[in-house]
Design a protein around this ligand. Structure first.
Ligand code: ACM
Length: 535
């Protein structure tokens, strides 16, 4: 332990100084000391580069790369199709860090980044990348465009972190990285309060920086129906009119939705649509009388209660409705998933609920999609490929994992973005407790009861918007907690470490959207003080 501590201190000094003699000595030490120390150096590498999520492998090397205001990008000339497809990427990611990005025909002898299509050793993960930072050049290799995108995000964060400490040098080294989980998501409830496509684009740009790759949109609820369904125009003509507190609502036309999907896709984020049913359906029940058992349209609802509405699950016409809604959605959504909610259907008789979920699962499958549902759906008998999203019901989640369902970890007491940080947080709820940044970081993916964590395909942090009225509220509740969740989804557990995470976060705080919550556990005001790196 002491040995490790001394090595760590040494590493900090070495990182702080830019003195190549120290650096050289350190590298020599690594080389002659064999694997044991090299491994610890990787662990200390947590503070070597300011990257969130923490990369899987970081290996220091001698020397520094000098960051100038201009950079040359030299794509690998051997693959022109690949070159075309990634050409726009460095500009839109690295333009935040360089005043001038050039694409010279022949690569200069200094100050350049080479982007190359190549496999990453030891993995066939489709999100992998390898960055080699050397004195004169940076080499970014990945087997595909997605890996290049992630590598560029990593590079951007490294540069931002160096700028934060007024350094124009990046210590040389290798970063070999790929995610632990394929599913790394956030959910946004656009039903309680509507957020339009420009606001969601803004959010997407920030999520992409942290390698979040799924955005689940909760499109319908008691207060509003937010997606155009051409077969049922009243759903948006009436059902989208208001939101919580009766402020004006809104919805996405199918064209707007498709444009948003394309925008997200360019940032390697998949949008997953949710139509919540059979409960949470008052907006639909207020739009069409036939969806109600008594054939009477409901009033629009602007409160925040739950569990009072249900589609009339005993009517054949309701299944016809569901089929057409899912059909239209499947046609405009390239995601392999459709989320059908299924939560808090307290107004649906139990046997009816089971029959409904089983039938809807078949409908979703008939449109070529895999169903996702909140954990209550495990009470029914969905196909074993159906994904169960664990939010609160442990027994249902255990049952789902025992019957072979893939699961998503969204446990409310650890992961709900609408939970207040502490009792002084002016917005948000606290029925699942308070979630400060440390809890978000340290608890996510902790086993709950006998749940087998190996059955999880990833994580998702939901933001319910009963009290979230605008972008300011959204940013305040989402950032920086989403950075902690992003790291839980990407970084292997043994590489996750709360204390250096705080330092990395401080170093790259400029990459968070203005108005994020300044959780007290992070030294926001002193990122430039290297001393902090030794915490
Ligand atoms: C939920 O929070 N009702 C899934």
């Amino acid at each position: 332990m002491r040995h490790e501590y001394i090595l760590h201190k040494f590493f900090i000094i070495f990182n702080r100084t830019n003195l190549s003699c120290y650096r050289l000595l350190f590298i020599l030490l690594l080389l002659i000391s064999g694997n044991g120390i090299a491994l610890r150096a990787q662990q200390n590498g947590r503070v070597y580069y300011s990257v969130i999520p923490q990369p899987r492998i970081v290996k220091p090397a001698p020397g520094d790369f000098n960051i100038k205001t201009q950079i040359n990008i030299c794509p690998d000339i051997r693959d022109s199709i690949f070159l075309d497809s990634i050409r726009y990427m460095p500009a839109f990611i690295l333009s935040d860090y360089f005043e001038n990005i050039r694409y010279p025909d022949t690569c200069p002898s200094d100050n350049y980044i080479v982007i190359r299509k190549a496999p990453v050793e030891d993995t066939d993960n489709s999100s992998a990348y390898h960055i080699k930072i050397r004195r004169k050049k940076i080499l970014l290799e990945a087997p595909n465009e997605k890996g290049i995108f992630y590598g560029l995000q990593t590079l951007g964060q490294i540069i931002a972190g160096r700028r934060a400490i007024n350094s124009y040098y990046i210590p040389a080294g290798d970063i070999i990285d790929w995610p632990e989980y394929e599913y790394r998501g956030m959910m946004l409830d656009v039903a309680r309060h509507f957020f339009d496509e420009n606001q969601i684009r803004y959010l997407i740009d920030y999520l992409a920086r942290f390698k979040i790759n799924k955005l689940h949109l909760h499109l319908t609820d008691d207060q509003g129906w937010r997606i155009e369904i051409k077969s049922y125009p009243e759903l948006t003509r009436r059902g989208a009119l208001i939101e919580v507190d009766s402020t004006p609502g809104g919805y996405f036309t199918q064209k707007q939705y498709s444009d948003l999907v394309a925008y997200a896709r360019n940032r390697y984020i998949e949008i997953i649509p949710e139509i919540d049913m059979p409960g949470h359906t008052n907006a639909a029940l207020a739009s069409y009388a036939f969806l109600n058992c008594d054939n009477k349209r409901r009033e629009l609802y602007s409160g925040t209660g739950v569990g009072f509405s249900s589609l009339c699950t005993s009517k054949d016409t309701v299944y016809g409705f569901v089929n057409r809604v899912i059909g239209e959605l499947a046609a405009i959504s390239p995601s392999p998933y459709i989320h059908i909610g299924g939560d808090e259907s307290n107004a649906t008789p139990h046997n009816e609920y089971i029959r409904f979920i089983d039938s809807v699962e078949k409908i979703v499958r008939s449109h070529g999609k895999t169903m996702i549902g909140w954990d209550e759906i495990a009470r029914a008998h969905p196909d074993s490929g159906t994904v169960v999203q664990f939010w609160i019901h442990k027994n249902e989640a255990v049952k789902a994992s025992q019957s072979g369902h893939p699961l998503i970890y969204s446990y409310a007491p650890y992961m709900y973005l609408d939970m207040k940080y502490n009792k002084r947080t002016p917005i948000g709820l606290h029925w699942a407790g308070y979630i400060n940044l440390k809890k978000a970081y340290t608890k996510t993916l902790e086993p709950v009861d006998s749940l087998d964590i190996n059955k999880f395909i990833g994580i998702e942090a939901p933001l319910w918007t009963e009290t979230i009225r605008n972008m300011r509220d959204l940013i305040y509740m989402t950032f920086p907690r989403i950075c902690a969740y992003a790291e839980a989804g990407w970084t292997p557990r043994k590489e996750r470490n709360w204390r250096p995470f705080r330092i990395r976060l401080s170093l790259i705080q400029k990459l968070l959207p203005p108005g994020f919550y300044k959780d007290k556990s992070v030294p926001w005001r002193y990122p430039e003080k290297h001393k902090l790196l030794s915490d």
